[in-house]
Ligand binder design. Structure first.
Ligand code: GTP
Ligand code: MG
Length: 355
């Protein structure tokens, strides 16, 4: 079942005991659908957007009822679900492919909906390149989506991607190139990619907070945030602001998680790394994903990239569904390539000794 038909199915008036006055008040706050209500938390609604129109009791009731409706329509899981219900929900998962068979197999078919997948790694390790390759895959998503309900028109052309770019590294010509090399019509793909350029952390928070409207408007299936952390890291750099940074980061991730669940979309975020010195007998330097526990606990899947000569290694860890495993890939004009079949030029970064 496609998102557009789901959105049509559930209307505000379906919420138990809702009055037209309440619907009007919600519209005043620019909450226009059951989904947009269900992604709120009561305290968000009251403290951040309600403008005195709702108190906490009414807000929790309303949000609870909105979630109840979505649960009844099997869009959200019940608090206590039997395993077969969960299986049904899992069967609704869509997978979004990068076009590199090996990389997609590594992810059991592609980046999953109802999940946040984090890609971390040092500069130049290929995070943004994977995000670009993933845009190209928008073209054949629907046909690949064999696990979705089959009572709907799978050929819908309305599937879109939102690409949130905080580092100004989005390159439309690169998507064009990868699309062309893979035999897709580049313009068809570019029409499906909504680019959103962000300049500061507050703007990022605000865009993420209001993303439900765009997800509905554009019928988005995949949200990419490249990168989730760079602006916050730059703006909250001191030790004394670390707590605030983590709290803000956690809030964004929490919201993205709710979108992934409620809208059945895939969220892919990139993360930077921190180096730390191991004080053990080896005394050597290590790197690990930035963002600490907040980041670690928010992502469903975590992928770590590193360079290995002219190739790259991707490791998936902390996944409930994938064994801890590693693959080698490379970046070429075609996008993400199997390392074994890659016959392109040597890496000219001149930085290979890092790994
Ligand atoms: P940061 O954002 O700096 O943290 O790095 P990143 O992990 O996002 O790295 P990115 O994905 O930008 O990878 C950069 C590498 O991809 C470059 O060093 C090149 O090796 C490769 N690359 C980038 N563009 C192209 C391209 O157009 N063609 C080919 N063949 N390789 C490219
Ligand atoms: Mg990048």
């Amino acid at each position: 079942m496609s998102m557009s038909s789901r959105l049509r199915e559930v209307i505000m008036e379906d919420i138990p005991d809702i009055t037209s006055d309440t619907v009007d008040r919600l519209r005043k706050l620019n909450i226009n659908s059951v989904y947009q209500l269900a992604v709120q938390t009561p305290s968000e609604l009251v403290l951040e957007i309600s403008d005195g129109l709702f108190d906490i009791g009414e807000a929790s009731n309303l949000i609870g009822n909105a979630r109840k409706i979505l649960t009844e329509r099997q869009i959200l899981s019940k608090e206590f679900s039997t395993a077969d219900d969960l299986l049904e929900k899992r069967n609704k998962i869509s997978r979004y492919a990068t076009g590199s068979k090996k990389f997609d197999d590594f992810l059991n078919g592609g980046f999953e909906s109802q999940a946040i997948t984090e890609i971390s790694g040092e500069f130049g390790s290929g995070k943004s390149q994977i995000c670009h390759a993933l845009c190209v895959a928008a073209n054949n998503l629907v046909e690949n989506n064999k696990l979705d309900d089959d009572d709907e028109n799978k050929q819908s052309a309305a599937e879109t991607i939102i690409f949130i770019d905080t580092e100004n590294t989005f390159r439309v010509d690169r998507i064009y190139q990868i699309a062309e090399q893979n035999g897709f019509d580049p313009l068809t793909i570019l029409q499906k990619v909504y680019h959103c350029k962000i300049f500061n952390s507050e703007e990022l928070e605000s865009v993420i907070n209001n993303l439900d409207k765009s997800i509905e408007q554009y019928n988005t299936k995949l949200v990419i945030v490249d990168s989730i952390i760079s602006l916050h890291r730059a703006e909250f750099s001191g030790r004394e602001t670390l707590g605030e940074r983590q709290q803000r980061l956690g809030k964004m991730l929490n919201k993205l998680r709710r979108y992934a669940d409620i809208y059945n979309i895939a969220v892919v975020i990139t993360n930077q790394v921190v180096s730390y010195t191991d004080n053990s007998q080896f005394g050597s330097d290590y790197i690990k994903p930035a963002g600490g526990n907040v980041m670690g606990h928010s992502s469903t899947y975590r992928i770590f990239l590193k360079r290995s000569g002219k190739n790259r290694l991707a490791t998936i860890f902390d996944s409930p569904y994938h064994p801890n495993q590693q693959i080698k890939f490379s970046i070429s004009d075609d996008g993400i390539q199997n390392a074994s079949s890659y016959k392109g030029p040597e890496n000219v970064d001149g930085n290979d000794s890092t790994w």
